[in-house]
Design a protein around this ligand. Sequence first.
Ligand code: ZN
Length: 414
Amino acid sequence: MSAQVVTPLFDISYDVGWIAALPKVCLHDHLDGAVRPETLIELAADIGHELPASDPASLERWFVESADSRSLERYLETFEHTVAVMQTASALTRVAKEYVLDAAADGIVYGEVRWAPEQHVRAGLDLDSVIEAVARGILLGEEAAADRGSTITVRQILCAMRQNNRSLDIAEAAVRHRDRGIVGFDLAGPEKGFPPTAHRDALDYCARHFLPVTLHAGEADGVASIREAVVDGRCLRLGHGVRILEDLTRRDRDADLADNVSRLPSSRDISLVPASSLYEMGEVASWVRDRRIVLEVCPCSNVQTDAAPRVGEVGTAQGTEDSPNHWARTYREHPVELLRGLEFAVTINPDNRLMSRTSMTHEFLKLAEEFGYEREDFFEITMTAANATFLPLKEQDEIVDRVVAGYSDSPVVG
Ligand SMILES: [Zn+2]
């Protein structure tokens, strides 16, 4: 069975009805990276903000091309435009409501959306007001989705920007607004040069108040950054975390085998040879894997920003940061399948729907195309995510039940 499905943000049709219909859990998605191009144009006109293009299709293309620069810094620059129009309560509420509707259309039954309140106070709003505005939009979105027959729950993760010094304010605001759907804390922005230890007060505050933490780490910086995220940040999940593979050494005697295994297209093939037997794991990688610290993997985004080690180079002398061959430049070269083969707790996420021209459905489609993922692979990934939410256990169990029920309802194809 198949059907034409149009992804909510983009004018692309895929013959992927069964993938679109699967219930999805999304743990890593930025609100300011998911603004509809049409909305961006309208909100920019309201405040006289100049955009690089004036029609939705050209604007969308500009975002993708800019984000394709293979530099996290340039990728982050594109957010200047989305953030610029999200400075009033009404704009924040609208963007949040539309986010929830788009997520529901993408098959998401539970999502944690993240954003940085400190970036939305330029027009005079305070932190509490911007958080209230987004919370209101999410509620409206959940209600509107329910009216359309979709059950979706969305919670917020508040980000502090690593290059600024407001992280303690944000951590305090997150704890203060827990009853408005805030479930976690994150550090976002440039990873290199702005380590978690520079935000120790905020991270200690979260720990003392038992607020769950996920940190962007192992994206624009390597194992040292991940070490700080888990040791100093006490994070329960890692935003991306894919550079954890730089803590692996390939055993020489198995080089040919590792080459082959890392290129195999499907997880069932890889399970014929345990990938873990081919690599020596460092203590950070062992900790992350053994303690089930969940990786919020975002393949499309990683390929755009040179954030993921290329699968065939993992653990080799060539696989160092300065080597031109180090980075996955195509989806096929992304090490997501190796991470699963090594038994890391892997989830799949969009990161930024607009800049990366993606969605949960699109990521799943690419996994099916490039690695032969099937229904049981998507179920495993989704259950990993459903069991790693920042919800209290009873609410999390309801999400798990929602996923299981969705899989039993969805057509058995793929
Ligand atoms: Zn992110």
